[in-house]
Design a binder for this molecule. Structure first.
Ligand code: GLU
Length: 514
């Protein structure tokens, strides 16, 4: 096992990994992890990372998903050296464009009698399966068409009978030498002759993958554990097509099956409980660095206490030995923690840029033809700098960008809606609130516009509160009147940004509520 992990003897460039999505949906968190681990392993070993689109299943593919997968990988920073858009020496990289290659190899297997035409109908296959199951056997192909005479095959083909192509499986033990799990043995008698193509121009998954991994000189197949049952089939195909001598065995890929990703309750990750598409996390305001950092720990661990890893530092630290065998639990709290960290790393300018689309989408803000920012409800023109101030007081507590809307809505609303009870600090009564608001009005209206900034407001309001030694009774109603919220950033910062006029107006409105 150990020497398998030592790649020093291979020339630089010999490591070639691939991520091979079928474009049948958005990029899933688990798939992003597969892509990332392949990328990291290739880059760590000065190798190449290949993107191959597995689009032979015509009924399920959609080019929109291919586009989305490519965009999402790029957004994450997982760039490929060879792929459908940038080409490479082993292309084409879309399986739908490689049909001639598969056809050539399918014919070869048929000619060598390593594969055969199967004319069984769906109903016949179904009946066989039922019968086997009723006998308590695991269903597998019974072999009805395995030994047809050449004339019979010719006749059936001549009559245009529907067929599939099956791979002939002889009883033997297949060893998958998984670099994480060690040796896994499969008994081929349980597999049976399996389909490899619907017809010569329509190869099935196991066949096209097995061919491409060899043709593209993939050195390591790194993929999810869910694909492990396919591995012996792919090994059989590769050995039948490409293995002619013991030495050639060295050129077959090594296998790495990554642990399952489990939902927070340790059952399989489910779309219903956790969002699974990376694009959903992006929409929600998770940063790509946070997602990369998060998924890198889904089944891998550097073995230290360090939690923060950029893509570049992951390339340095990554190693297959540190991949675990047991399932990796998806913990959204950790993702939030990492996202908060990366949000705090952003400059205010950049963070404001990132938050703006959320404020625009929520219709709080728009940009007019002169590229000015407008608060829609008040038709008020504001500067980018004003927005930066708002964002800056929430940078510390923001866990995802989308939260900015709810946290800062009171800056963009003309009238706030909240229950009058919220204005009361502890045991305050209606009249206490009125008293506090009146005191606030008197003090605040005396402050000159040019002195209206947070330090000054803090000094003056704290001095006022000292007079009857209860800060809460003065500052709580002030904060609630300004924000309509139980929790918010500090009152002095908020008052500074809102400005004198709006603050006094909100004191009035609060009084009207009582
Ligand atoms: N195309 C397969 C899928 O999307 C993965 C193929 C592989 O990694 O072998 O599930």
């Amino acid at each position: 096992m150990k020497e398998n992990l030592d790649f020093q003897f291979l020339k630089p460039g010999a490591i070639r990994t691939r991520y091979a999505p079928a474009p049948t949906g958005s990029l899933h968190i688990g798939s992003a992890r597969t892509a990332l681990f392949n990328y990291l392993f290739a880059k760590k070993n000065q190798g190449s990372f290949i993107l191959r689109i597995e689009d032979t299943d015509i009924s399920r593919n959609e080019s929109i998903f291919e586009k989305e997968i490519l965009e999402t990988l790029k957004w994450l920073g997982i760039e490929w050296d060879e792929g459908p858009d940038n080409g490479g020496s082993f292309g084409p990289y879309r399986q739908s464009e490689r049909l001639e290659i598969y056809k050539k190899y399918l014919k070869k297997l048929l000619d060598e009698n390593k594969a055969y035409y199967c004319f069984c109908t769906e109903e016949e296959l179904d009946a066989q399966r039922q019968e086997q199951m009723s006998r308590g056997e695991a269903p597998k192909y019974s072999g009805t068409c395995a030994n047809f005479a050449p004339e019979e095959i010719k006749k059936n083909l001549g009559e245009k009978k529907k067929y599939i192509i099956r791979f002939r499986v002889y009883p033997q033990k297949i060893i998958v030498n998984d670099l994480i799990r060690g040796v896994i043995e499969f008994d081929t008698t349980l597999i049976g002759d399996f389909p490899i193509a619907k017809f010569l121009e329509y190869p099935l998954y196991n066949f096209s993958v097995a061919v491409d991994d060899i043709e593209m000189k993939i050195s390591h197949v790194i993929r999810g554990e869910d694909l492990l049952p396919n591995t012996p089939k792919q090994i059989l195909i590769q050995e039948a097509l490409f293995l002619h001598s013991r030495e050639e065995k060295l050129s077959l890929p090594s296998w790495v099956h990554l642990p399952l990703i489990l939902g927070s309750d340790r059952s399989k990750l489910s779309k219903r409980r956790e969002a699974t598409a990376v694009s959903d996390y992006k929409k929600d305001g998770y940063l790509s660095e946070a997602i990369i950092n998060f998924i890198s720990f889904l089944g891998w661990n550097p073995g230290t206490n360090r939690e923060i890893y950029s893509l570049a530092s992951l390339v340095k630290e990554f190693s297959l030995e540190k991949i675990q065998k047991s399932g990796a639990v998806f913990n959204l709290k950790r993702l939030d923690f990492l996202n908060g960290f990366y949000i705090r790393q952003r400059s205010i300018e950049k963070l404001t840029d990132l938050c703006l689309p959320y404020l625009i989408k929520s219709k709080f803000i728009s940009i007019d033809s002169k590229k000015r920012y407008i608060i829609n409800e008040m038709k008020e023109i504001i500067s980018f700098n004003y927005l930066e101030k708002i964002i800056s007081i929430y940078q510390e507590r923001l866990k995802k960008l989308s939260e900015i809307v709810e946290l800062t809505d009171f800056f963009f609303k003309d009238k706030l809606e909240y229950a009058k009870e919220l204005l009361k600090w502890r045991q305050m009564k209606d009249e206490d609130v009125i008293l506090s608001l009146n005191r606030l009005e008197i003090v605040l209206s005396k402050i000159q516009e040019e002195d209206w900034h947070k330090d000054n407001l803090q000094r003056i309001l704290l001095a006022e509160a000292e007079k009857n030694s209860n800060r809460g009774e003065l500052l709580w109603p002030l904060r609630v009147a300004m924000t309509g919220k139980e929790n918010s950033a500090g009152p002095f910062e908020i008052a500074e940004i809102l400005g004198k006029e709006k603050v006094l107006k909100r004191m009035q409105e609060a009084k009207c509520l009582i």
